[in-house]
Structures are given as C-alpha cells and as structure tokens.
Write a protein that binds this ligand. Structure first.
Ligand code: ASP
Length: 435
C-alpha cells in the first residue's frame, strides 16, 4: 500500500520539475550578486543610516533571517512525517538495518578520509609557519570543554519524551522515534491505515510547503549573503589567506575528488551532473551555514531532480545533517596543522591518528547550525595538547569557512545517500540523466 502511493506522488512531483530548473539559476545568481553587492557596500559606501540601519541591519537582516526561520519551520514536521513514511515503505527491519549500517559506514569512512586530506594539505602547505605565536600556553590553563560520556551520548538517542524531542528539535531522538513508528505501521498494515494515511497526507503538505518556501529562496539567499559580505568584505581574506586557502582547497579536493570518485565508482553516474543539480542546495547551505535548515530542500532535490527515493533519503539526509560533517572535519584538520605550526609544536604519527579519531567523533557531535565546528574543535585541540587559544585567531575569519564547509557537509550527505540508494535499487537513473 505505502510503496504504490509514494511512487504515484513521486511522479506527480517530478512533473513540476521543469519549473524548478529556473530556481537553480536564480539561487546561483542571487548568491553571486549578494557577494558582489555586499563587498561593494563594505568597501565603497561610507557608513550611513541608509546603509547600516535600513539596508544591512534592516532589509537584509529581516528578509534573510525570515527566510532561515521559514526553512527551519519545515524541518521537524518534515523529518518526522518523512521518516515515518519512509520506514513504513521499507517495511522490514532487515532492509532498514542494512541501509542504516551502510550509511553509517559511508559517513564515518568518508569523514576519516576528509580529515586525512585536510592534514595532508595542512602539512604540505604549512599555513601556520612563520606566525611564531610565541610561548605555548599550557593546556592546563586553557578553558576546559564540557564533556558528556560516550555512554550518555548514546543513551541520549532514546527520547524519554518524544513530544519534548519534537519540541526541542532533538534530531537523533526524532529519527529513532519516527523509525520505530514507521516499522510498526508497516507491521500492523490495514489495522493502522488511518494513521499511515495521516502521516502520508501530512508529508505531502510539508513537501508542498517546502516548494512554496523555496520560491522565495533567491531573495533570502541574496539578503543573507549580502549582509555577511557587507560586514566582512574581502578584507578578511588578507591576513589569514594561507589558512583559508588550505581549508577551501581541501574542501574542493574532498568534494570534487574523493566524493565524486566514490559516487562515480558506486553508481556509474557522472558526479559533475550530480553537483550541477545539487548547486541550489549547496548555495542555500553556503548562505545559511546551517545543515539542518537544508534538510527539506535536500530531500526534495534528491527526489525530483535525481530520482533518489525518499524511502532512503528521508532517513539518511536528516541523519547526515546531524552526524556527517566532512567539511567541518576538514576545517578541524587544517586548524590543527595551523596551530601546531604557529606554536612550533611537532605532531607525530600518533598525534595524526589521534586527530583523525577525535575529529571524526567531533564531526558526529557537531550540530548542523552555524559556528558549532569551532566549539567542537577545542575537543580536538585538547586531544593532542594544542593550546585552545589558537581558536581565537581563526575565529575572526570562520564565518566564510563555515559557509563553505556547510556546503560540503550537505553534499557529502547527499552523495552517500545516492550511493546507498543505488545499491538498494532506489535510485532512478533515468530521472538523474534527464537534464
Ligand atoms: N555550520 C556547520 C553546519 O551546519 C557546522 C559547523 O561546522 O559549524 O553543517
């Protein structure tokens, strides 16, 4: 029952796809013009009431934040309904377990690869060399980070109150509860058809709402990017250019090299076509620096433009946005090299391995919202005895890197999803190949 419904709905939505191709171009144009206008405002327009109060902190701020809030409004109900329907459609726990194990494997292995790439780039380019940040502040004086034990972190996936989990937006708790609900709906079949139909109908409503909100995406993206660049300009690039280039370079190697390679090997499809179709979602992630808010757009784009079934993506995308942060891990790998070089601390093979392990865990623990990667970075610094004060130095330019790494974070989730979907025969390559 559920599978048939989903297929029909999938087809209907695909018919609307033509209209959305324009949206891709518009989001991209909004991104570029936001960068240009923001930088021009920063460099050439003197401070004034009109520039600062009306444009930057008025229109740009209100429209940009309004747009992020609209996207965030969709996340919890969409994730709940879509996972309930997705796991009800998969039905048996065996397949669901297989998909779960595979996606976790891909997420963890690619994150470890990402850090290795980052550390290789950081070691070869040496962005921190010559900075001589002087005497090393002892690690003992550094601010301690709050730690939750591994056991508590795992236990915390089980919600003691699912309603509270929904209200607080606790993503892993919502995922677990929704999966159990979906599996039981599939098991009870006709007996609980009304409940299934409720979730399925609600799911359609949320997808429709996503489509409506996405129509204003170009305006939202423009305002968000224009505001950021009108505050930062391109001046931020100057002093820390080498560090930034290392992070951006490693992000590019990971996205266009490793991820694209894995995608091509496992799906036999063109990864650049994937990236082209996924650009609006990447642009959205870039402008908001928030993986979580991209969940609705990611699921919709994967289904309608790429032919990746929601049965898989409804489960793997929210999970990835919560635990799979390859872009963040890359920033952390480069930051470790940068700080070690700046403070003259030698890192040996043991330290390298420690960083790979802790940054993989940090990536799992980084929430998909702006700036959290810098907070979990202190855990990585602690693990190899680097002074956390170094984080203060990179903080000033982190916003632009946060935007870039978020785009890679969500692209990783999508590519792993497509790979797993292809292995489960849930990737319609005909849809993918259509332009
Ligand atoms: N902003 C990132 C994200 O939402 C997380 C981070 O690295 O701070 O994916």
């Amino acid at each position: 029952m559920p599978a048939k419904n989903l297929r029909e709905k999938q087809k209907e939505r695909r018919e609307k796809r033509g209209k959305q191709l324009n949206l891709t171009t518009m989001i991209f144009l909004a991104l570029i013009s936001g960068m240009v206008i923001g930088s021009l405002l920063h460099s050439f327009v003197p401070a004034s009431y009109i520039k600062d109060t009306i444009a930057i902190n008025g229109i740009f701020y209100i429209v940009g934040q309004g747009f992020i809030r609209l996207m965030q409004m969709l996340v919890v109900p969409l994730v709940l309904c879509s996972i309930v329907c997705g796991s009800a459609a998969i039905g048996d726990t065996k397949t669901l377990g297989k998909v779960g194990v595979k996606i976790l494997g891909f997420y963890l292995v690619t994150t470890a690869m990402a850090i290795s790439v980052a550390m290789a780039v950081g070691t070869i380019v040496k962005p921190g060399l010559g900075l001589n940040l002087g005497e090393v502040t002892s690690v003992e004086t550094a601010a301690p980070t709050e730690k939750t034990s591994m056991v508590d972190t795992l236990l915390n996936i089980i919600p003691t109150n699912p309603i509270q989990a929904l209200a607080k937006g606790e993503m892993l708790q919502i995922i677990l509860f929704a999966m159990i609900l979906g599996i039981i709906l599939a098991k009870l079949g006709e007996k609980t058809e009304i409940v299934f139909n409720f979730f399925s109908g609600f799911n359609d409503i949320m997808m429709e709402m996503t489509g409506i909100v996405m129509k204003v995406a170009p305006v939202g993206v423009f305002c968000l990017v224009a505001k950021t660049f009108s505050e930062l300009g391109f001046s931020a690039f100057g002093s820390m250019a080498k560090y930034m280039l290392c992070v951006v370079g490693a992000l590019a190697i990971h996205c266009f090299g490793i991820y694209s390679g894995l995608f091509a090997i496992f799906t036999k499809c063109n990864p650049f076509q994937f990236i082209r179709k996924y650009l609006p979602v990447m642009g959205f992630a870039f402008s908001t620096a928030t993986s979580n808010a991209t969940i609705p757009m990611a699921i919709e784009t994967l289904e309608e433009k790429m032919g990746v079934s929601r049965k898989i993506s409804s489960f793997t995308i929210p999970l990835g946005a919560t635990i799979n942060m390859d872009g963040t891990a890359i920033m952390q790998g480069v930051a470790v090299c940068f700080a070690a070089q700046a403070y003259g601390i030698a890192l040996g093979p043991v330290e390298y391995l420690t960083v790979i392990a802790t940054a993989t865990l940090a990536s799992v623990g980084t929430a998909g919202v702006p700036g959290v990667g810098l907070i979990t970075l202190s855990m990585v610094f602690h693990s190899v005895g680097l002074p956390v004060e170094a984080i203060g130095i990179i903080m000033g330019i982190d916003r632009i890197l946060d935007m870039s790494r978020t785009a890679v974070n969500i692209t990783g989730d999508a590519m792993c999803t497509a790979i797993v979907a292809s292995q489960e025969n849930e990737f319609d390559k005909k849809v993918f190949q259509e332009s």
